[in-house]
Write a protein that binds this ligand. Structure first.
Ligand SMILES: [Fe+2]
Length: 449
């Protein structure tokens, strides 16, 4: 029996396996692009280590991609077979993976929280719970989870900056911007290359309208992102969002082409349809077009990937973004197939099915109707979903683009009650007046909000 970097027992007698395990977990926590290679090295030195196979399953599921689920299911089966004598904590991890593979996200979250009640230093459970809660829109669960474990941590423990970064982001998503920021900044002091901490503080700055500070924050930290994974792209998307608010549209497009949707960048070439990249790209093109910016043919490659992902509903928040690309390129037949894919998925069991049925589906239909100029129809489709669409997951900064779909449709349809409805929702979330927001200021000015 060895121990991991946080002192928890792990069911391997091999020092090399324990070190390789810690290396993978550190790669995951640090958003390192070489995490798959670290994982392969772990499995090579410890082919009989159940938790290593569980980790492989977790890393596979994090792609939020239907086509790789069978591989994760296989990893779960191997972990279950090898883990008969594993610790109760390790067996709970395997149970969490099995639940995740089956689409039972509530059961997976319950397993991680059960681990954390007994083992608050289990940083893998902390981060997975944080992440899966985030993609279900459950900000308060994210915050509660972190607040329970944080008192058990100290700055000397490996992974401490990750816990602080998670606390910063959870508090930010709860709207507690003043409480959030110091933890994110402290995490960066401890670990300047912590991408999640950089990201969490960027969100605070975004919600408070601190655009110049945001650009300085991100560009100042960017030299530390070498070797990071696709979260780097998302950080550059945040930088572009600050530039957008400064109406520097040329710079937004430059960042699009060179930093967050650079089609020749190695990370993008290796995996051109990663959900976060698609969200970044589609949401920015939509915002730019609303400002009258010609985005050229940039929608087309996104639409190509969207067609290849028809029927894949594992990332519910990505679905309206896929649909934006299909609608923008006039691919009505593919859009129809994507809608049918969502309907079919909605009849499945699992946590996501009702979320896709009640939110992703009508909002995606609204995206199509909006692009076709059927604005009243778009409003009617989307209105019932507005109040609960946080369940799709995604940050407030990301959900903003869906509210802009509704705003634009309502304004063009001349439905002033609906314009007021969405203005009031958006205004309640921001720490700054909507008059200071590109995409909102015109309607806000008109309605004196
Ligand atoms: Fe973000």
């Amino acid at each position: 029996m060895r121990h991991d970097a946080q002192g928890l027992p792990i069911s391997t007698d091999s020092a090399a396996a324990a070190a390789a395990f810690d290396h993978v977990v550190a790669g995951y926590l640090g958003y390192r692009a070489d995490t798959p290679q670290r994982l392969a090295a772990l499995l090579a030195v410890a082919p009989d280590f159940a938790l290593a196979h569980c980790l492989q399953g977790y890393m596979t599921m994090l792609a939020y991609k239907q086509s790789v689920v069978p591989a994760a299911r296989q990893a779960a089966a191997t972990a279950g077979r090898l883990g008969i004598d594993a610790t109760a904590r390790e067996q709970l991890h395997v149970a969490a993976l099995e639940a995740w593979v089956d689409g039972e996200l509530d059961a997976a979250l319950a397993a991680w929280e059960a681990i954390l009640r007994a083992h608050p230093h289990d940083v893998l459970a902390i981060r997975l719970s944080h992440f899966v809660n985030f993609w279900l829109g459950r900000a308060h669960d994210m915050a509660a989870s972190i607040e329970r474990v944080l008192p058990h941590w100290s700055p000397a423990m490996p992974g401490y900056s990750t816990v602080l970064a998670c606390r910063c982001f959870a508090q930010e998503e709860c709207g507690n911007y003043l409480a959030a920021e110091p933890d994110g900044r402290r995490a960066i002091e401890l670990s300047p290359g912590d991408l999640w901490a950089a990201h969490a503080v960027a969100h605070v700055l975004e919600m408070q309208g601190r655009r110049s500070e945001g650009i300085q924050w991100l560009t100042g930290l960017a030299p530390n992102w070498e070797g990071g994974n696709n979260l780097q792209h998302h950080l550059w998307w945040h930088c572009a969002l600050f530039r957008l608010e400064q109406r520097d549209f040329d710079e937004v497009l430059a960042l699009y082409d060179t930093r967050f949707r650079n089609l020749s960048a190695p990370l993008t070439v290796a995996a051109p349809d990663v959900y976060i990249d698609v969200q970044n790209a589609a949401s920015m093109l939509f915002r730019l077009e609303r400002q009258g910016v010609d985005v050229g043919d940039r929608w087309h490659e996104l639409a190509d990937h969207a067609e290849a992902r028809v029927g894949d509903c594992l990332s519910a928040f990505t679905l309206p973004h896929w649909m934006m690309a299909l609608a923008a390129t006039g691919r009505g037949e593919a859009a129809g197939r994507m809608i049918e894919g969502m309907r079919a998925f909605a009849s499945n069991r699992g946590t996501l099915a009702p979320i896709v049925r009640d939110y992703a589906l009508p909002i995606s239909q609204a995206v199509c109707a909006h692009r076709a100029g059927n604005h009243a129809e778009a409003v009617a489709l989307m209105r019932p979903a507005l109040g609960g669409m946080w369940r799709l997951g995604g940050s407030h900064a990301q959900q903003d683009v869906l509210e802009q779909v509704f705003l634009d449709a309502a304004a063009r349809a001349g439905q002033t009650d609906d314009v007021r409805l969405v203005l009031e929702r958006a205004a309640g979330r921001r720490a700054i007046p909507l008059e200071r927001m590109v995409g909102w200021h015109e309607a806000a000015h008109q309605f004196s909000l």
